[in-house]
Design a protein around this ligand. Structure first.
Ligand code: ATP
Ligand code: MG
Length: 464
């Protein structure tokens, strides 16, 4: 239990105060609401400020010189003032929700009490009047903040039926605030309802949840209710999948430990959570023990399917897919420089340190005390990789001292795939011996390209 501090005043930026003053000077009400009030009462400086008012959106647009009509239909106007953006939203009393998705109609209201009533959790339903220095807190939000208790405003079943996303927001706030769930609210979780919610809304809440300091405990609670199975069945299926003697945990618990251990960057958190997602589908047991052959290759496909389904950007999806694909990378602290260069080339320079992070999370999630020697190996490997990357070594065709034009001229080739093949072949040579990467040496080397038998070329192109 912590003390709820009432010195919210000191957190409020001048620009936010000025916006409230303008509304009031024009005869309207103005309150700070939502996450900013909640977080400043918790003693944390809020990032965004929300103002609620009885002024209609058109009025708000006319009262301030710089505005963006962010969500006029839902009553939200973004006011830009002194370099900050403040969302000003007209009081609402939401209409009927037919499909657990969106209110059928939004009706504006003139009462802050009505506006607070439509909000999701008691701790998010506190309003503050910065001028009168008064809280409006009809649902005991400050008391729940003090007890670190998360519960809906009103009947949880009704509130989740109105908008099923609130179930996921419930877990999101549990994880990020580290609050405990109110028993009745938790019991009202009704997983299949989440099917009515758009993937984009689910994605945005999931991202926030995964970036909490230690999300695993919340995800386990989510799994117990059956909601994880609805949203990420591939992860839920790791429950009870044992992994043999190296591991202390089953696949689900191992993945959640890895998640907690990964640095809080979205691509690392997703890669840690999904790195073994294909283990349940690849598991076999024979006389030698338990195996998950190809779980990295299958995991890459699964990752792409999951993140595409959740409508993540192509960029994030591909990044996470790559981290999952190569999380089993075979180099180690005693690998040759040549092997390190080949590895860097294979996964791309920009992914090398992220892969090392995934490896670190994976080791920590074995659930066994990694020996000191183990960490020395990890550190040595990381240092060596950084060294090789910082050197002038060549990792891509574009780093070569010759270009496609040079190849065409020297070998009398027309533009086409053959030119790329020669460049790749040269790169392979340079990976073995970085000294070769000089124009004259490469031009000379090119001449021997055609004499190299095809079989040998193929072998040279394979990794390791
Ligand atoms: P954060 O700090 O993560 O932005 P927040 O509380 O500001 O947290 P938002 O999603 O920005 O969360 O929403 C702002 C406020 O709007 C909430 O505090 C809550 O009062 C209300 N709200 C948001 N989504 C819902 C919802 N689905 N149902 C009811 N009220 C909601
Ligand atoms: Mg917010």
């Amino acid at each position: 239990m912590f003390r709820v501090s009432h010195d919210i005043q000191e957190h409020i930026p001048q620009a936010v105060r000025a916006i409230c003053d303008t509304l009031k000077d024009n005869g309207y009400q103005a309150y700070l609401v939502g996450g900013a009030v909640r977080d400043s009462l918790r003693g944390e400086a809020p990032e965004d400020w929300d103002v609620a008012t009885d002024a209609l959106p058109t009025t708000v647009l006319s009262l301030f010189p710089k505005t963006i009509p962010t969500g006029i239909k839902y009553g939200t106007v973004t006011v830009m003032l002194r370099g900050i953006a403040v969302e000003v939203t007209t009081f609402r009393s939401d209409g009927i929700y037919r499909d657990a998705r969106h209110p059928e109609d939004v009706s504006f209201s003139t009462s802050i009490a009505e506006d607070l009533q439509r909000r999701d959790f008691t701790i998010n339903a506190i309003a503050y009047d910065p001028e009168a220095r008064k809280f409006i807190d009809p649902f005991g939000g400050r008391r729940d903040l003090g007890r670190r208790l998360l519960r809906t405003v009103g009947d949880p079943q009704e509130r989740f039926a109105e908008d099923a996303l609130r179930m996921l927001r419930f877990f999101r706030f549990m994880a990020t605030l580290r609050f405990r769930p109110h028993r009745r609210t938790l019991a009202a979780i009704d997983p299949p309802r989440i099917r009515n919610v758009s993937s984009e809304r689910i994605r945005d809440e999931l991202s926030k949840l995964l970036l909490a300091k230690l999300p695993s405990k919340t995800l386990l609670t989510m799994h117990e209710t059956g909601l994880l199975q609805e949203i990420l069945p591939e992860v839920a299926q790791g429950d009870g999948i044992t992994q043999g003697s190296f591991h202390r945990f089953d696949v689900l618990h191992h993945s959640l430990q890895a998640l907690d251990s990964a640095l809080p960057r979205l691509q690392l958190r997703w890669a840690a959570l999904l790195h073994d997602a294909a283990k349940p589908m690849t598991r076999i047991e024979d006389a030698d023990g338990i195996h998950f052959y190809g779980h990295d290759v299958e995991g890459e496909k699964l990752t792409r399917a999951i993140l595409t389904r959740l409508r993540y950007s192509r960029e994030l999806t591909e990044k996470v897919a790559l981290l999952v694909r190569w999380h089993m990378f075979p180099i180690h602290s005693r690998s040759t420089d040549k092997a390190l260069r080949r590895f860097i080339r294979k996964v791309g320079k920009e992914n090398v340190l992220d892969l090392m992070e995934i490896r670190r999370a994976d080791i920590l999630a074995l659930g066994r005390q990694a020996t000191w020697a183990g960490w020395t190996h990890w550190e040595t490997l990381r240092e060596r990789l950084v060294e090789v990357m910082d050197s002038d070594a060549t990792f891509a065709v574009s780093d070569l001292a010759v270009s496609g034009h040079d190849v065409m001229a020297a070998l009398d080739l027309p533009p086409g795939p053959a030119v790329g093949a020669v460049l790749e072949w040269l790169l392979e040579k340079v990976l073995d011996d970085p000294q070769l990467n000089q124009r004259t040496r490469l031009l000379k080397l090119m001449q021997s390209y055609e004499k190299t038998p095809l079989v040998q070329k193929r072998q040279e192109n394979t990794y390791q």
